[in-house]
Design a protein around this ligand. Sequence first.
Ligand code: TYD
Length: 203
Amino acid sequence: MTRGLYIALEGVEGVGKSTVAAALQDLIEEAGHDVLIVREPGGTPSGERIRHVLLDTDDEVAPWTEALLFSAARAQLARDVVEPALEAGTWVVSDRSVYSSLAYQGGGRRLGVAEVRAVNEPGLGKTWPDLVALLRLDVGEGLARQEDPDRIGAAGREFLDLVAATFEGLAAADPERVVVIDAAMPVADVAAAIWKIAADRHG
Ligand code: TYD
């Protein structure tokens, strides 16, 4: 059984990740692969509870608390959902991934990309995205598209600029894995661009 491909969709708020995920799912299925969509944080019972703790609160959450909780939710999702699917040959399209933690907590909260990577790796093992599609959109445009910002999305323009710059740095450092896609294109074109790269590698 060929292992499924693990594709993560990333970017700042309002780039349209969930709509792109649905369009990409159709393309992958048309090519004859099974596909599973997951979202982070969440996707398991404990992960959804952690999501609630992290996002639906007005409490001040310390940066490392935030980083460790995202990492905890992700470890559960990796073991219970993502890894079994990949092993069964199912492709996984993830709305966010460990790369969000690197950009938001490592960059935006200034904890350091290497430091945040180091706390995530033990819980993930080999369950690491094969392809990260960084949906690039002007931060102001993304914010304007967002209807109801959550606690982190509402953290301010300066924070989100830092997040966006960290994503760009991650793409520059690992261009084989982290590919930049223009999210100002129509959704169908964004999904097609990601599918083309994925299929070239693994179709
Ligand atoms: P999400 O539900 O994808 O919101 P949106 O679609 O509006 O971007 O993500 C929730 C928020 O959590 C978002 O502000 C990004 C943030 N986040 C992190 O800060 N670190 C992480 O590791 C993850 C997965 C998300």
